[in-house]
Design a protein around this ligand. Sequence first.
Ligand code: SF4
Length: 377
Amino acid sequence: MGKVNLLGLPLGKLEDFFDSIGEKKFRATQLIKWIHQEGQREFSKMTNLSKSLRETLARKCEIKLPEIVSCDESSDGTKKWLIKVDGGSCIEMVFIPERERGTLCISSQVGCSLDCSFCATGKQGFHRDLTSAEIIGQLWLAADSFNQFLKNSPRKISNVVMMGMGEPLMNFDNVVDSMSLMLEDNAYGLSKRRVTLSTSGVLPMLDKLGDVIDVSLAISLHAPNDDLRNSLVPINKKYPISKFIDSARGYIEKMPDNHRKVTVEYTLIDKINDRRHHAKELAQLLKDLPCKINLIPFNEFEGSGYKKVTNTALNHFRDILVSEGYTVTVRTTRGDDIAAACGQLAGNVNDRTKRQKRFKERIQDIQPVKVLDTIGL
Ligand code: SF4
């Protein structure tokens, strides 16, 4: 039997693990601090564990991370890592700096099965779910690259968004486990307002989410009515808009504080969903949902069949929403010179060069759909 990878186990599961090998549960807290606060991967160096426990852990367990293949930095400071996971597939992770700190966008799946018509990730198909170790491992690798594990080193990663490759709620348990570690005081200790999950509307899972974790929520809406959304986000045929809005409202109503707002993501596509009547319909649709709206200009890529919104249409759309009383942000794309728009690489690492070329040709700074919305959060 292979070794147990302890990297992705949240506190409760790690306590169960120690219990199962006849150790006290408080060992879990010690180990989590070593891994996620000290960046230590070698059991032999975990000096507050007994020698025999360290030997047992070395025999039975491992702390196994995904592997960085490359890291590119944009002229605006945005960084993009290409990361290899078990089986040879690759995912992307992006860091978007803002003054002192910044936002890390991480992936939850290799590819995506939801096939939204304007999304290059969807066009690549679904490969597999990431494990919780592969999800939290992305944060570990980024923290390590910023020397966050060194004593007195400033914490550069202030926000984490589950907006990279994949639909997080289709990989529910692993996403929840890894977000628990992001929030855990003995691990990364991020505030619940600084960890955001973005979903296209997998409603049974969204309805369950608020029972197990408290993080910020973003919903990928992109259309104000079912006919249009069915053509852009096919999962809408199964879970229509009104139910999506109800579930999003239900999620924030479950939270203990009552100032919570959902971020509504709306990608504007020329002559598809950017007309004045769409803006008015959207304003009406969202009237009972505490929210802010993030408008994302679509960028063309080969084969998408869609065109970028014009500045005039974008401004009119925004003005209508603002006049209806909404807080609206318009996303500016960052990192386009390194194609750091979103976690979109998938497949075997051996195809990397070919895929990167295709990716750059197709995407430019497409992506909008997810990653860079974070600027508006
Ligand atoms: S927009 Fe999100 S949910 Fe839709 S295909 Fe792309 S990654 Fe998947």
